[in-house]
Design a protein around this ligand. Structure first.
Ligand SMILES: [Zn+2]
Ligand SMILES: [Zn+2]
Length: 260
């Protein structure tokens, strides 16, 4: 049986998200209460180190460092407002970027003491000296051209995932791994029957050793070329077999998506 906590929604974005919506915090909270949740975490995209992507794309990905204080204040306010009705956590979704561990650690050192809940996610993988956004259809295609097969794209993603679990990001490193099969976001366009079970086993073993949780992320169900939960397939079976705690995550970027 899956060790899945559905009483909590552990992955929610906010009006501070540059690629999200302006739906206000209250709307998200009302929807979460209606959905029967007892706990929810706002997990805005944490600032990334520079040098990963263009400035224009960067500005679409994450909040600016100067906004952190305002964001934290906003979540604290809403937390207070709904006290006794639902537990609300101040959180962030932190990007793991291979080769930028030191910079991420420094950013976490700076702001980590306000974080009550967080996720470590991969949206970028490194090949040579360039990073590719795995959840961007064009970049996924470019990466595929470079490495030659979908299996190789998956390998690169899962190798990065293993590194993220093992990485030293200091005392504020998140303890929950975000959408661990995000590489399947375009699986209906680029089908792949991934066979490198050994690597998946290594990842799950590392998660177990670290005593981490995993994001049971339903955003993929909403994605045109995905239509499945992250994690799924062999990865999910392994997580279940090892009794890894999963936390439901809607990854909502609009309040409507809290219902999913
Ligand atoms: Zn987002
Ligand atoms: Zn994410």
């Amino acid at each position: 049986m899956l060790n899945l906590n559905e009483k909590k929604d552990g992955h929610i974005h906010t009006p501070f998200c540059p690629h999200g919506t302006k739906d206000c915090f209250e709307q998200y909270v009302y929807e979460a209460i209606k959905r029967g949740r007892e706990e929810m975490s706002f997990t805005e995209h944490f600032p990334m180190p520079r040098g990963v992507t263009s400035d224009a794309y960067y500005n679409e990905c994450v909040i600016r460092e100067e906004q952190i204080e305002e964001y934290v204040e906003a979540v604290r306010k809403i937390k207070e407002q709904f006290k006794g009705q639902i537990k609300i956590n101040v959180g962030f979704e932190i990007d793991y970027i291979e080769g930028k561990e030191k910079e991420i650690k420094a950013l976490l050192e700076k702001y980590g003491d306000v974080i009550e809940d967080s996720l470590l996610s991969i949206h970028f993988v490194k090949l040579g000296d360039r990073y590719y956004a795995i959840d961007d259809l064009d970049e996924f295609g470019m990466l595929l051209d470079k490495v030659g097969s979908i299996e190789c794209v998956y390998d690169l993603y899962y190798e990065t995932l293993l590194k993220s679990v093992q990485s030293d990001l200091g005392r504020y490193k998140p303890r929950r791994i975000g959408h661990p099969t995000l590489v399947r976001i375009f699986n209906q366009k680029y089908p792949c029957e991934y066979t490198n079970d050994g690597l998946l086993e290594e990842i799950v073993q590392a998660i177990k050793e670290k005593d981490y949780e995993v994001d049971y992320n339903v955003a993929g169900l909403r994605k045109k070329y995905c239509k499945e939960v992250y994690p799924t397939g062999k990865m999910l079976t392994l997580l279940e077999y090892n009794d890894i705690p999963l936390v439901y995550g809607t990854d909502a970027h609009q309040s409507e998506e809290i219902k999913s």
